[in-house]
Design a protein around this ligand. Structure first.
Ligand SMILES: *[C@@H]1O[C@H](CO)[C@@H](O)[C@H](O)[C@H]1NC(C)=O
Ligand SMILES: *[C@@H]1O[C@H](CO)[C@@H](O)[C@H](O)[C@H]1NC(C)=O
Ligand SMILES: *[C@@H]1O[C@H](CO)[C@@H](O)[C@H](O)[C@H]1NC(C)=O
Ligand SMILES: *[C@@H]1O[C@H](CO)[C@@H](O)[C@H](O)[C@H]1NC(C)=O
Ligand SMILES: *[C@@H]1O[C@H](CO)[C@@H](O)[C@H](O)[C@H]1NC(C)=O
Length: 269
């Protein structure tokens, strides 16, 4: 079910108030090449950022698997993600940057279309552990806290997924690079209507520049855990692959257990 179809349902009034960027644009994108602008996010960007993340990741197979009921509860999906975004915006040791491009339907307006969430080394251990695997994956802690998230996930899958993902993160990333020495890219996403225009690359490069400037400890390394879809961008931007791992589905369907590969990557700063 597309977001457009959801808007035609009775829930539309509630959804419309907050999902201004979540709908799929009808206008074609401007052919003018425009320089992408990057700036730090403010609390006023919370809803736009939530829309970007929602639309950027809702089609990812592992996200659909964990958030099995998200299409049935669009408002709760939005609120679940908004909770995570707000927590991140409140944390002084987390930097959220947005990429701005002209609105496809109103080209004179620059609007946020991409987002990067970076955790400074100082964020540990103060950061809420609930969102460390990304805003669309939920640790049992996050589920206990948030009833919006509880409605959209399959709880068994979320716990099992988190267990496997966290174990790999601990064994293959945090053991070699203590959290206090990681400048960690938690989330990078571009709204689907604005992809392939360089927003993701510009956000990563901008984040690395900030990391370099604020890196008073020579041992800090930029790190991330890429999905298969995200990996080519990071390889293109000269990130180095440290370790691939897979998370496996709980079910065997027609003799096959679905699995998703992630690539732990690093970049000097
Ligand atoms: C883009 O412009 C359209 C038409 O004015 C508006 O409905 C929409 O909310 C705008 N999108 C963003 C992301 O600002
Ligand atoms: C954005 O935020 C980071 C981290 O707080 C800071 O170092 C940087 O100077 C800010 N950039 C701008 C342009 O304000
Ligand atoms: C949650 O996922 C598990 C494993 O895929 C499945 O067996 C179970 O039926 C699902 N639970 C609900 C409530 O659908
Ligand atoms: C970097 O790590 C090495 C070895 O772990 C240590 O000896 C050194 O003091 C660290 N440097 C800084 C600036 O923390
Ligand atoms: C992880 O997989 C990718 C894609 O196959 C590959 O390019 C990369 O070298 C692998 N990383 C390691 C550490 O083997």
């Amino acid at each position: 079910m597309s977001w457009f179809q959801i808007l035609s349902q009775p829930l539309a009034i509630l959804v419309l108030q907050v999902s201004w960027l979540c709908s799929v644009a009808s206008a074609t994108q401007s052919l003018l090449t425009t320089a992408i602008k990057i700036r730090n996010a403010t609390v006023n960007d919370a809803e736009q950022i939530t829309c970007i993340i929602q639309e950027a990741f809702r089609g990812a197979p592992h996200v659909k698997y964990v958030n099995e009921f998200m299409d049935l509860h669009p408002r709760h999906l939005f609120n679940c993600l908004l909770g995570g975004v707000s927590t991140m915006l409140d944390n002084p040791d987390v930097m959220i940057q947005v990429a701005l491009l002209p609105n496809n339907s109103a080209p004179h307006d620059l609007v946020p279309v991409g987002v990067a969430i970076w955790e400074f080394p100082e964020a540990w251990p103060r950061i809420s552990p609930s969102w460390t695997s990304g805003l669309f994956l939920h640790s049992p802690d996050a589920l206990e806290m948030d009833e919006d998230c509880l409605l959209i996930v399959n709880i068994s899958r979320a716990i099992d997924f988190d267990h496997q993902f966290s174990a790999a993160q601990r064994d293959y990333l945090d053991k070699s690079y203590p959290k206090s020495q990681q400048y960690y890219l938690n989330t990078l996403g571009t709204h689907p209507d604005y992809q392939r225009r360089g927003a993701g690359g510009a956000l990563v490069n901008s984040g690395i520049e900030v990391g370099k400037k604020s890196n008073r400890n020579e041992n800090v390394t930029a790190t991330l855990i890429a999905t298969e879809a995200g990996e080519p961008l990071y390889l293109h931007l000269s990130w180095e692959s440290i370790k691939n791992f897979t998370v496996k589905s709980m079910d065997v369907v027609a003799g096959v257990r679905e699995q998703w590969r992630f690539d732990i990557m690093k970049h000097d700063i």
